[in-house]
Design a protein around this ligand. Sequence first.
Ligand code: SF4
Length: 276
Amino acid sequence: MMPFGESLLGQIRAVYLGRGTDKEILRRKVASGGAVTAMLTYALEKGLIDGIVTSKRTKGLEGEAVVARTKEELLETAGNRWSIVPFAARIKAKIEEEDLKKVAVVCLPCQAQFFGQMRDFPILEADFGNRIRYIVSLFCMGTFAFEAFLNYLRVKYGVRAEEIVDIKLTRDFLEIHRESGVLTIPLREAFSYLQTGCLVCSDYTGVWSDISAGFVESEPGWTVIITRNQRGEELVRGAENDGYLELRDGSHVLGEVLKGAREKLARAQRNMAQLL
Ligand code: SF4
């Protein structure tokens, strides 16, 4: 696979809006449409893969790499990856520990680059890269430097890490969900606490993936799905044909995705200019 296409969004085969058809998936993943869960459930149940390595929220904003082998286990990993960083090395270790032979990896764009390179240019990691069947990257604007951000929330807003049950991203705000209610913080304010590497990262969708997934404001309840190659396209269409996934054309939202990608690139360029 050649990862770089003509545009900032990388190589694009097709763009869809997708939604899981399973009521349980929809109930648990209302905001995002649950398309990633639906297509990976299809891959598991049809034997295309033997496991999925993804991240799961543990406490507060932190997460760990986990292996899901069933729909139920996959649903358990629901959470906002925007704030969770299982390092690529930990994901790789999970694949080896669990001896997964055909694995799907759900990851962030920086991790998709690592896994894509390991699979496509397996010079040093031949044993590992050939186990990766599908790389699914989630759209990403950045992840937090945990300690600094939690400290800021505690000092400025009196929010303790243990209270946080979810974090949601809207166009201009970050919503911190607690048992006692929702705290809304302007995104600009939260951005000062991003990981340093994220400030110079320019890949919004994960150009090294087989499939990128995320959402746009204008289509709530639907997942934006970008397929980048034959492998990704077959997975998505297979899940649709077997009734796991409902699809419609998503080309009209590509401009919105591109806007996010441009914003991320502009931020990276600004920060890079300051560093140089
Ligand atoms: S912004 Fe870039 S470096 Fe940061 S987590 Fe997302 S993909 Fe990785």
